[in-house]
Design a binder for this molecule. Sequence first.
Ligand SMILES: Nc1ncnc2c1ncn2[C@@H]1O[C@H](COP(=O)(O)OP(=O)(O)O)[C@@H](O)[C@H]1O
Ligand SMILES: [Mg+2]
Length: 259
Amino acid sequence: MSREERREKDKDLFETVEEVFDTRTVLNVVELMRRKVIKRLAGTISAGKESRIYLGYTYDDKPVAVKIYLTSSAEFKKGILKYIAGDPRFEGFSPRNTRELIYAWARKEFRNLTRMYEAGVRVPKPLGLYNNVLVMEFIGEDRHRYPLLVEAYEELEPEELEIVYNKILEEIEKIVCKARLVHGDLSEYNIMVTPDLDVVIIDVSQAVDVNHPNALDLLKRDLERIEEFFRDKIGLNNTRDSKEVLEGLMKCLEKRKGE
Ligand SMILES: Nc1ncnc2c1ncn2[C@@H]1O[C@H](COP(=O)(O)OP(=O)(O)O)[C@@H](O)[C@H]1O
Ligand SMILES: [Mg+2]
């Protein structure tokens, strides 16, 4: 690549991220490029309040999703602290400023992703992290992400929905019994559906260890939301009672404790 081309490329990057990001964040993206985790950013996938997701490419031209956490509202910060306090992995951690808190939050998502991925949960493969920038497997093809469950369900037949529902329950079981985590924000908005009807669980920053003081409440809420979506919203006949599912999961947790 000539110097001129490189300059063009850098200009593109800054134009993509500069309007929303502070210089530090831009430098964090550049650091991931220097480390050869990503080669370039190539467009926005999603622009949320607390984070933005970009399509990127690796040096061997594989698409990746790049999640960038924004330093944001006081409300968000308070919410985050609740999850970080009580997490044994963050014991003794007291952020000196918002930036450190956001970096810890990104680190938490990366660790949760890694733990789930290693336990065999279908999540985007974690590929790299630097401060508030997380790189993971892109879930989609030809630059288009696969739909979220909330976007996909209307196109699916009842039999297909039943398959998807059962796969979600399998993933929840792996998250709880194998990764020993609770997702904590599971819903039709944080589950992607592939053309082969596989499900991919995303957005795991708030996931907590099963021993976290709020773990049981969060697990109950996750299960209720899934049941409500499939039973009440979609009208699927063969849903399981969330209490019964919870009992099953409690058994596997107790078994591990007693071992
Ligand atoms: N690995 C990924 N591959 C493709 N698209 C993704 C990926 N991760 C997230 N997305 C898309 O970006 C959106 C926001 O990501 P998410 O992690 O849920 O952040 P938040 O809900 O906090 O904004 C998702 O709803 C999904 O559409
Ligand atoms: Mg989300």
